[in-house]
Design a binder for this molecule. Sequence first.
Ligand code: NAD
Ligand code: DAU
Length: 349
Amino acid sequence: MEKQAFLVAGGAGFIGSNFLNHMTPRHPDILFINLDDLTYAGNLANLKSIESHDNYSFIKGDIGNRELVQHLFEKFNITHVVNFAAESHVDRSILDPQIFLKTNVLGTQVLLDTAVAHWKKNPDAQNNCRFLQISTDEVYGSLGDRGYFREDSPLAPNSPYSASKASADLMVRAYHHTFNLPTLITRCSNNYGPFQFPEKLIPLLISNALQDKEIPVYGDGKNIRDWIFVLDHCRALEVVLQKAAPGTIYNIGGSNEWQNIEIVKFILKKLNKPESLIKFVKDRPGHDRRYAIDAAKISRELNWEPEFSFEKGIECTIDWYLSNEAWLETVHSASYRRYYEKMYSQRDT
Ligand code: NAD
Ligand code: DAU
């Protein structure tokens, strides 16, 4: 079999860096090329443990830069694309949707076009090549009190972020049907773990609590998310890349539903911090009420199950943030503070 070369787009972000830290040492025979534009969310400090590995290289660049992407496909003879690159934060997509369309939809299209053109020359692309789009359960919209998202649930995205991710999923689907591109799509629930930028609920709450700052809880705090430890997500992606047939979609989730307010109280208790830090604030516009994943397909077909209980995953996450306060300080950059000032100036309370 020809040597595998993975183009990992967005590999300096939260999930992408956990994926590279997991995969690079375990697969010394695979070359990993990390293409990342290092937006506010990308951080090379996340990749310290693998930066000197022979099978790993970093390239700074935009997935929307067609010439660069074509050059990388040629130079490294890319056999796999794993596309994590995205604008990923719902609140930011409400303030400024445009960049979400540019990166998440048009950027993905550049990767798709280039894969089609390059893999056309590969007579055994259906066996040797894969284009894995890292998607999200948010493409399915919001659930009521009952039911679960399945792979055949209708797409009904509600935020500019989730609409951009659903659009990308539809383009991936179209490239499979039209050009026979060997695509895969995974749709995962909310991740938590090391290296997550402290704009998302769990790292924000750990970071604020450590500094005795208020923890903003949107609305009544009763929205439900289904949480998974990031390493379990990465293990699922590994097995999908190894075993899944072209054209398939897999949901990934931890069967671990929590109301936001319960998570906040749970983590404050673990940190020995008072509930008086909680501040209920104005709700997120269009806030999805409940997400819950049915992950039976990946369990049945690929024999994947999450290995971390929520208790264990949260303990690992808290330990990581406690041992990496310097990391937290560097990401609390001027641009981050400016964004928060802007966002909170638009809230009533
Ligand atoms: P993140 O925001 O932490 O990382 C995104 C990465 O993409 C950053 O390193 C950033 O620099 C890079 N990037 C952004 N625009 C780029 C561009 N134009 N070209 C190249 N690189 C670019 O995001 P994350 O939480 O790690 O999410 C990764 C992927 O997983 C996203 O596609 C997201 O939609 C999806 N996802 C996330 C979650 C979650 O809970 N975080 C759950 C399910 C799916
Ligand atoms: O479900 C997968 C998705 O999970 C991913 O596709 C997204 O990239 C990722 O950002 C995440 O989206 P959410 O909007 O669910 O995550 P977030 O951490 O922003 O919010 C989680 C819940 O907590 C949500 O109901 C909003 C609420 N929240 C969030 C923040 C940041 C608060 O109450 N207070 C906050 O300060």
